[in-house]
Design a binder for this molecule. Structure first.
Ligand code: FAD
Length: 383
């Protein structure tokens, strides 16, 4: 059965996050974007925690909200209307490998400390390396078992929350001869000796989210911090990304596209004279209609992927479709919105130039859109 009606609880979460984005995020979004330091703004993150808008997927027994994936997609869309980078930072604590693949002891040890509303923590997923982006099997970070400890050594790059996360999932190879089958996932506390932050990236957009190098210089962690089985790291990373890209990218794309669309729409609504002239031109009114329709169609793909996750059904193809369509849509909608406003759009009088810069990353992270098309094609061509 297909049912597009949100229940009362979902509507309440949607309203709560919409109000929060309007009240707390929108007013500071441009200020953060123009902050030359490109570092994380803890004050707004703490406010999100106090309003119960963090740790959305983490079960209540570990201090999270235990919400279903559809409700989470609704919340992330609303937060991303306020600021896409901040909404993305929020998603780094949703469906992390620790929650998805940790054993009971590991979850009890690490998750409640993260979910403290007074002192909320960040999680981080570290797989990318200078020579291992789309092809993560090429990673060179090593893990060596010495007695009861693993010793990790290597450098990760472009890591969201690097240097500020309380707990990391680090992917390293414990048996290089086995290639991808030698990769394992390890839980690394943020205060581990030997773990440090390298260069903080100065990004084109998404400046409310911190991206930096993560350096592991003989970091020793207890044997029991191995996540899942030895050699299961590649599978863990792929299964995690199949789920994560629905919230961390596709739902964020919906909110960002909506912010751009609503800016353009209100521009014409507020200037009836301008609207009369420009909306008379079919190309303008058609562009507005296309924006609305493509946002709506992407939302359906996001909701379908969220529904599959809720039902614990295979989601790789659907989340890849949602990811590349929603992010391509977002890139086009932000560019079209800017175009519709002409020179107003190109200046910082309106936030459209920021939206366009923010949109670009959505086509790159969580697996590039080229790679997502390969995932879909593989599923289509499978025997
Ligand atoms: C803001 C930001 C945040 C990030 N956060 C994280 C994080 O938290 N954790 C983490 O581990 N990583 C993170 N990343 C890294 C991100 O996941 C990678 O940038 C991404 O996977 C692409 O890798 P790459 O940049 O090395 O590009 P490459 O893999 O070098 O790709 C370059 C180009 O070639 C194309 N390409 C590559 N292989 C193929 C192929 N087989 N077929 C067709 N085209 C191909 C790509 O699509 C792309 O257009 C982040 C990146 C950014 C920019």
């Amino acid at each position: 059965m297909i049912d597009f009606e949100l229940n009362d609880e979902q509507k309440a979460w949607q309203k709560k996050s919409r109000d929060f984005a309007e009240r707390e995020i929108r007013p500071i979004s441009l200020k953060i974007d123009r902050d030359p330091s490109h570092v994380f703004h803890w004050d707004i993150f703490r406010k999100l925690a106090q309003e119960d808008l963090l740790f959305l997927s983490i079960p209540e027994e570990y201090g999270g909200r235990g919400l279903d994936p559809i409700t989470i997609a609704l919340i992330i869309e609303e937060l991303a209307v306020g600021d896409a980078g901040l909404a993305f930072s929020t998603t780094t604590n949703i469906y992390q490998p620790l929650q998805m693949f940790g054993n009971e002891k590991q979850k009890k040890k690490f998750l409640p400390g993260i979910c403290d509303p007074q002192d909320p923590g960040l999680l981080s997923f570290a797989i990318t390396e200078p020579g291992a982006g789309s092809d993560v099997t090429a990673l060179t970070t090593s893990a060596e078992l010495r007695g009861d400890e693993y010793v990790l050594r290597g450098t990760k790059c472009f890591i969201t929350n690097a240097g500020i996360a309380r707990v990391y999932t680090v992917f390293a190879n414990a048996d290089k001869a086995k290639g991808a089958k030698g990769i394992s996932a390890f839980i690394v506390p943020g205060d581990s000796p030997g773990l440090s932050m390298g260069k903080v990236e100065r990004k084109m957009g998404f400046r409310s989210s911190q991206t930096a190098e993560l350096i592991l210089n003989d970091v020793r962690i207890p044997k029991e911090n191995l996540l899942g089985d030895i050699g299961s790291g590649f599978r863990i990373a792929m299964d995690y990304l199949d789920v994560a890209r629905m919230t961390a990218c596709a739902a964020v794309a919906l909110g960002l596209a909506r912010a751009a669309f609503e800016t353009a729409l209100s521009f014409f609504k507020k200037s009836p004279e301008k609207a009369k002239v420009t909306l008379g031109q079919q190309i303008i009114s058609h562009t507005l209609a296309d924006m609305a329709a493509t946002i709506e169609s992407s939302r359906l793909l996001v909701w379908k992927a969220a529904w599959l996750i809720k039902k614990k059904l295979p989601v790789a193809k659907d989340s890849a479709q949602a990811k590349f369509l929603a992010s391509d849509m977002c890139m086009k909608v932000t560019a079209d919105a800017l175009q519709l406003l002409g020179f107003h759009g190109y200046t910082d009088e309106y936030p459209l130039e920021k939206y366009m810069r923010d949109a670009k990353i959505l086509q790159i992270y969580e697996g590039t859109n080229q790679i997502q098309r390969i995932v879909v094609a593989r599923a289509l061509l499978a025997p």
